[in-house]
Design a protein around this ligand. Sequence first.
Ligand SMILES: [Zn+2]
Length: 263
Amino acid sequence: MRSIKWLAFGVAVGALFVAERLRPLRVRREPGVERVARNLAIGLLAAATTAACELPIVAPAAKLVERRRIGVLQWLRLPRAPRIVLGFLLLDYTLYLWHWLNHRVPFLWRYHAVHHIDLDLDSTTGLRFHFGELALAAGFRAAQVLLLGVDRDTLRLWQQMLLLSVVFHHSNLELPIEVERGLVRLVVTPRMHGIHHSMRPDETDSNYSSLLSWWDRLHRSLRLNVPQSAVTIGVDGFLRRDAVTLERSLTLPFRPDGPAVLH
Ligand SMILES: [Zn+2]
């Protein structure tokens, strides 16, 4: 079952990868295979880190929640269906807060900036997270599970949908505007997330949601009125190709000349 899900995920990502090249939303600044290979390499390190951290940290936390009935949702003693729905919503909302913190706390931004300095935005950006960011995120995920009292089924469901959403909303696929206007009422879309990846700080400071778009509406951080043709993807000070090489990307959080501009 697990391998079928991964196969389906691989097919979905592959289809998106082809579709975004046939119907691009934004003009590419770094076309060619070099950038894709770089993002895949960073993504592979990220996936290995997540696997290495989830097993000893997050999975035991979810098991502990079920065994000891700890966390808010367990104390409420809700029936299964509302517990799953509420758990899903709370996981998604607290991820909004974590993403916002990643832009506010200088230590976290050093890692999250590696994701933002990509000069283009497409499905491979959705895999391009620094391994340090994902190690920190695993710690946060364990805290989410323990405090909220999320069981393993809810966590798995949310994580699978989140993964699909992340690849989708980073994609460079031009959907008909009416389709996006409908979708964005519920979930984060490519145009919505494109504005978050703008080099302009006032535009980056918006659209922090990762799956459901409701949290930006709730916090009045939703911004949809910027056309993609007016968006320059990247981070000020890192807009040249030699600033975003594989080596420069992986060492960015540890260098004194790291992202000086805190968005
Ligand atoms: Zn961000």
